[in-house]
Design a protein around this ligand. Structure first.
Ligand code: BTN
Length: 327
C-alpha cells in the first residue's frame, strides 16, 4: 500500500516506493492538501538533508540518491510493512536516546516506538559507563516495548534482543556475532554491540521496557577512542565492507518484534535455546567479577530469569544475577 504524503518524511517514503518512476508534484500536492510550492519546499529540505531529487519537467520528482542516514523513511522501506514498529523518531544529535525514550513511554508512546540518533554526545552503557557513539558510524537506538508481564521477567528482554541482533547481523552483514552474558555481542572476542535494558514498572506490572542498543557498524580501526582500541570492533572492520545502517536497523527491529512475539506466545524456552546456541559464554571457564566477590568456574547455562549458572570447581552451581565476565 502506498504511504499517504503529509510531510517531508512521508514524501521521501513515497519517492522511495515509486522505484525510480517520477511522481507528479501536482498529485503530491493534492494528496497532501497543500500547494505545489509547499511540496517543492519539502523537496528542497530533503536536498539539504543530502538526498538527490531530480525534477523532470511535466513528469515530477525522482529520488536519485540517498545519504547514509538512519532516516525513518529508509528504515521503513527495509521494514517492508513489518507490523512491529509503530513510530520512528530520528535525531541528528542527542545526549542519549535513553531519556528521550523514557519520556516518550511515559507520555503514552505505544509498543514498538523507536528513538534513533546519528550521534550521541553522552551515550551511556551498563553501570553508567560511557558509550562511544560517533556520528554516522553506528546504530544508537532505543526501542520502547510494552509487554503485559510482571517486572521480574523484564531482564529476559535483554536476552531476546541479543538473539535478535545476532540474527540481524548475520542476515545483513554476514558476520557471526556471539553473545557474551548478559548483554554484549562479540566478534573475534571484541565488542561489537552493547544492550542496555531499563524498566518503568508498578510493583506487579511492567509499564515499559526501554531497550537501548549500540551497534558499532562502520567504524574503521582508528575511529575508536584509545581506551576502546583493543576491546571494540565494528562490522565493517570484521567484514571488510561498509554495512547499510538503515538495512541493519530494520533487520534488528524486525527480529526484536519476531522474538518478542515468540516469547509472548511460547514462553522463554525457545529464546533460551537460541541464546545458548549463539552464546560465547556457555561451556567456558569464566570469572564472574562482582562488587564483593569473584566466582570462578564453568558457565553451564542460563535460567528462566536469564541468570547465568556457573559450576565452581567444588561442584556447586552458583546463579549470577549481575557481573562482569572475564576469562
Ligand atoms: C553496554 O554495553 O554497557 C550497553 C551499551 C548501550 C548503548 C546504547 S546506544 C543507544 C542507547 N543510548 C544510550 O545512551 N545507550 C544505549
Amino acid at each position: 500500500m502506498e504511504s499517504k504524503v503529509k510531510d517531508k518524511e512521508s514524501l521521501l517514503r513515497r519517492l522511495m516506493e515509486s522505484g525510480g518512476e517520477p511522481v507528479s508534484g501536482q498529485m503530491l500536492a493534492d494528496e497532501a492538501g497543500v500547494s505545489r510550492t509547499a511540496v517543492w519546499k519539502w523537496v528542497r529540505e530533503l536536498e539539504e538533508d543530502g538526498y538527490t531529487v531530480r525534477s523532470i519537467r511535466k513528469k515530477g520528482y525522482v529520488l536519485e540518491a540517498s545519504p547514509d542516514r538512519l532516516s525513518p523513511a529508509l528504515i521503513r522501506k527495509y521494514l517492508n510493512d513489518d507490523p512491529f514498529v509503530s513510530e520512528i523518531i530520528h535525531f541528528e544529535s542527542v545526549g542519549s536516546t535513553m531519556p528521550i525514550a523514557h519520556r516518550e513511554a511515559q507520555n503514552g508512546a505505544p509498543n514498538g516506538t523507536v528513538i534513533v540518533a546519528e550521534e550521541q554526545t553522552e551515550g551511556r552503557g551498563r553501570l553508567a559507563r560511557p558509550w562511544s557513539s560517533a556520528a554516522g558510524k553506528g546504530i544508537w537506538m532505543s526501542v520502547i516495548l510494552k509487554p503485559d508481564i510482571p517486572p521480574h521477567r523484564a531482564p529476559q528482554f535483554t536476552l531476546i534482543t541479543a538473539v535478535a541482533i545476532c540474527r540481524a547481523i548475520r542476515e545483513t552483514a554476514d558476520v557471526e556475532a556471539r553473545i557474551k552474558w548478559p548483554n554484549d555481542l562479540l566478534v573475534g572476542g571484541c565488542k561489537v554491540t552493547g544492550i542496555l535494558t531499563e524498566l518503568q514498572a508498578d510493583p506487579d506490572r511492567v509499564q515499559a521496557i526501554i531497550i537501548g542498543t549500540g551497534i558499532n557498524v562502520n567504524q574503521e580501526p582508528g575511529d575508536f577512542p584509545e581506551e576502546l582500541a583493543d576491546i571494540a570492533t565494528s562490522l565493517r572492520i570484521e567484514s571488510g565492507q561498509t554495512v547499510d545502517r538503515a538495512a541493519l536497523a530494520a533487520s534488528v527491529l524486525r527480529n526484536i518484534g519476531r522474538y518478542s512475539s515468540l516469547y509472548l506466545e511460547e514462553g522463554f524456552a525457545p529464546i533460551k535455546a537460541l541464546w545458548e546456541e549463539n552464546s560465547d559464554t556457555i561451556g567456558r571457564k569464566v570469572n564472574a567479577v562482582m562488587m564483593r566477590e569473584t566466582v570462578t568456574g564453568t558457565a553451564i547455562g542460563i535460567t528462566e530469569e536469564g541468570v547465568l549458572e556457573i559450576r565452581t570447581d567444588d561442584g556447586t552451581v552458583r546463579g549470577i544475577y549481575s557481573a562482569d565476565i572475564v576469562p
